[in-house]
Design a protein around this ligand. Structure first.
Ligand SMILES: Nc1ncnc2c1ncn2[C@@H]1O[C@H](COP(=O)(O)OP(=O)(O)OP(=O)(O)O)[C@@H](O)[C@H]1O
Ligand SMILES: [Mg+2]
Length: 155
């Protein structure tokens, strides 16, 4: 499905809806050019999910752990050289844990993404407007899709 976020408020709303659907083991994959809004959306999801700390994107930290309703793992794999390197960082333990994982630039490790996941692609239309496509597989994705279908913010 595709939605249009007219501004950052709409992206925040989307983040809140996502936060309301995710659960143990959910993996959310974010793609889209530099500055598309991957970290912004991650921040909104995290905040609504009970993460008190502010999510930042330190250039050389691939995986950051936060504590929300459940452990919340934020990965930015932009600088990863190979999928194998992810395993060295404990990738497996994170995605198959009880926590929630959000992965920026997930396309770069598409060979090792779990089958059940939510794929979100953000496209910059102008300074404020974003086209956001959401696909996925599994119960959590289906729940999110239902919630978004019942939501008229993005019409
Ligand atoms: N509707 C919107 N949704 C998301 N971000 C928006 C929107 N409108 C404006 N922005 C701005 O766009 C910028 C997005 O930056 P952000 O760091 O989230 O991008 P990113 O995709 O994580 O980039 P990078 O690839 O460098 O990690 C922020 O400054 C944010 O305020
Ligand atoms: Mg980012």
């Amino acid at each position: 499905m595709k939605i249009i976020a007219r501004n950052i408020k709409d992206t925040e709303k989307l983040g809140k809806i996502i936060a309301g659907c995710i659960d143990k083991g959910t993996v959310i994959c974010l793609d889209g050019e530099l500055g598309a809004g991957k970290t912004a959306l991650t921040r909104f999801i995290a905040r609504e999910f009970g993460v008190k700390e502010n999510i930042v994107s330190p250039t050389f930290t691939i995986i950051k752990e936060y504590e929300g309703k459940l452990p919340f793992y934020h990965m930015d794999v932009y600088r990863i050289d190979s999928e194998d390197d992810m395993y060295d960082l404990g990738y497996d333990e994170y995605i198959y844990s009880e926590g929630v994982t959000v992965i920026e630039w997930a396309d770069l490790i598409k060979g090792i993404l779990p089958e059940e996941r939510i794929d979100i692609r953000i496209k910059r239309i102008d300074d404020d407007k974003r086209e956001i496509s959401i696909e996925g597989k599994g119960l959590i994705f289906e729940k999110l899709a239902r919630e978004l279908n019942n939501e008229n913010t993005f019409d």
